[in-house]
Design a protein. Sequence first.
Length: 50
Amino acid sequence: MPLLLDVRLVYSAQSDFPTAERVTGRRCPGCQSARFEQWVEVMRNRYGDA
């Protein structure tokens, strides 16, 4: 099952295109629903609280 990223695009008033992408979260729908607490712990250990 693929790991899905929640991404926030950052725009600038001087550009019509996104200037940056920030990952705000990571999801795996099947993994997350099966063992939510374990999923949260693994993601926190691997990627920090971001």
